[in-house]
Design a protein around this ligand. Structure first.
Ligand code: PSU
Ligand code: MN
Length: 305
């Protein structure tokens, strides 16, 4: 079988791919494991509307019934949002889930992988996975980072949460030759907060500049992703002190409960939401909308190349 036999692409997206129209990939782990129901389903629809408003076509990804789905209909979105026992597929899980005909939400790594197979070059997420704090001992480094090392997709994120070791995450990306671009900022954003205290090497001024960097990189055969750090809009940025305290508490709770492996990130996200009384969720939604907007603008510029 050819890899295309594993893909299930909606007719609208298929046509857009063929005609070189702007398309923005969206992930489903953020829906199934990153946000509660029904906020997640409202988000899933709204984020797609934002992409369309910018003149691009949304392609939410998932693994459903053993197929790599590129573009989900309303029922499929509902399925990813409502089922609370949905699996989380990272790179290592893809072949197993496909071979067994399973259904799973896709992480940043897996969404990049599917986008690349379908020929989609821009992807909007909330935050990426990275090097976990204490990784020196646990070796817990998200497969998202390895995906950036060799998969040609530009990912627009609000950086990563400080549940991770941001400094080590940036080191890892440097080692694997991944350009990290600050979108109108010279600091790597840290999800709920505009700033992290960690600088990026490149501050880009607009979507056209990102598109040019993507094209140049891939023209040169420099395989791998491009990471855009797009800060949360100022009015939604949370207080560092408040969120840091909550994150430390969530990390302590994870340790006490012995949470490990792929359960770690979803546990921390849900705990942070509970500890902030839902405040963190409001910020999470806004930063993801903002990423979808910027990713769409990049996709529109890249389609001109
Ligand atoms: N970071 C967030 N929200 C999320 C995720 C990360 O702020 O929902 C999700 C993404 O799908 C990411 C995944 O790819 O968690 C990383 O999981 P892990 O750390 O197990 O690789
Ligand atoms: Mn992990």
């Amino acid at each position: 079988m050819n890899y295309k036999d594993y893909l299930s692409i909606t007719p609208e997206i298929q046509e857009a791919i063929q005609e070189g129209k702007p398309i923005v990939a969206l992930e489903s782990t953020i829906l199934s494991h990153g946000m509660p129901y029904p906020e997640n389903i409202e988000f899933a629809h709204k984020v797609e509307e934002i992409v369309r408003a910018q003149g691009a076509i949304p392609a939410t990804m998932a693994i459903i019934g053993g197929k790599l789905k590129v573009g989900l209909n309303s029922e499929e979105l509902e399925l990813m949002c409502k089922a609370d026992n949905i699996a989380k597929a990272s790179r290592r899980d893809v072949a197993v889930y496909l071979a067994n005909g399973q259904t799973a939400a896709t992480t940043v790594a897996t969404t990049m992988l599917i986008a690349n197979l379908a020929g989609i070059r821009v992807f909007a997420t909330g935050g990426i996975g990275g090097v976990h704090r204490g990784a020196q001992e646990t070796m817990d480094i998200s497969a998202d980072l390895q995906e950036f090392a060799h998969t040609n997709v530009c990912v627009v994120s609000a950086g990563c949460k400080s549940i991770l070791d941001i400094g080590l995450t940036l080191e890892y990306l440097e080692t694997y030759g991944v350009p990290v671009l600050g979108y109108q900022t010279s600091e790597f954003p840290c999800f709920y907060c505009e700033t992290s205290g960690f600088g990026v090497d490149y501050k880009v001024k607009d979507a056209a500049e990102v598109a040019k960097i993507m094209k140049t990189k891939w023209d040169l055969g420099l395989d791998g992703g491009v990471l855009v750090g797009n800060p949360i809009p100022h009015e939604y940025s949370m207080d560092h002190k408040v969120i840091d305290e909550v994150i430390n508490k969530a990390l302590d709770m994870a340790k006490e409960k012995g949470i490990k492996g792929k359960a770690t990130t979803p546990f921390l996200l849900a705990t942070i939401k509970d500890l902030t009384g839902g405040d963190s969720l409001a910020s999470n939604l806004q930063l993801a909308y903002n990423n979808a907007k910027v990713a769409s603008q990049i996709a529109v510029e890249f389609a001109k190349k």
